[in-house]
Ligand binder design. Sequence first.
Ligand code: ADP
Length: 336
Amino acid sequence: MFHKSATKLTGLYLAIVMVISLFFSLVIYQLSTQELDRWIHRPEPVINILPDRDTGLNLRQRLEDSRMQYFNEAKHRVISRLVIINVCILAGGGVLSYYLARRTLNPIEEAHAALERFTGDASHELRTPITAMRSENEVALMNPKLTLAQAKKQLQSNIEELEKLTTLTEGLLRLTSLDPSELPKKAAGLDEMIHEAIAKVEPKARAKHITILAESLIPQKVVVNRAGIVEVLVSLLDNAIKYSPADKTIRITTAVDGKHATINVTDHGMGIKAVDLPHIFERFYRADAARSKQDSEGYGLGLAIAQDIVTLHEGQLTVTSRPERGSTFSLRLPLK
Ligand code: ADP
């Protein structure tokens, strides 16, 4: 599809170049012939000498003949040079037009490929719980001796699958609806946002006997979308809890340099392998260890959403990690 578009665009660019080139060639031709014509027909001082014996023409007539001959030759020379120039422009313009067409289409092609990947991944993730629910329900319906207890269990399982679908669709909607105009910014303290995020994940941490330490936080104000940054912090804390064994500690620290404020979230959990590290901010990416872990439900969208929010703040979200030792996620925000 994009190959065809590139060819069409090349043709269009080339047509524009050639129309301009032919227009100027015509103008140059007109001007040069007019100039020559004026020169040929300029008034001569009276030259009238006796006629030539052989041709019977006098000097004025001979002079006019040779001028006309020169005029015609010059016209042909102008035409042939303009033809050569236009052929060169056609060849060079063709190459340049193709190059420009590729440059124009490349970002569109990449965006299209990313959208296709996203749609494919999203439909795959949506299909999995739907298929599971459907086959379980079919099996239950085919059982003539289905008891009330079994039916209730089936309904419970359906609700769990529906909850997963809700999480997934909410994540998908959040990813596609992130828009700078929806993230109005105001001054907010780093410490306030951190405490708000901790309050949101506290029940999960308590359930796993995980302690979240956030001491000596710098009360630096940053101009951000408070809800957005709290969402990022909740995502980081949620992962830190999810990928840590029970009874561990998660530590939050802050730092401020001349131009940036940084929030670090450090856990002592399973860590991330070096092969997974470059991909964990990609949509739907889940490291194998996380995938196989039963209690860590998720679709690999949390960090992608967090990354998008941070990018809209012109900040950076980075990670350092050591397998079996733990990870540190750093959220860096500009101070102005
Ligand atoms: P998920 O819903 O799978 O947690 P995320 O986008 O939040 O999706 O994270 C992507 C992947 O990054 C996870 O599946 C996990 O493999 C890895 N990951 C994220 N945070 C941590 C962490 N604190 N410790 C270990 N692995 C992590």
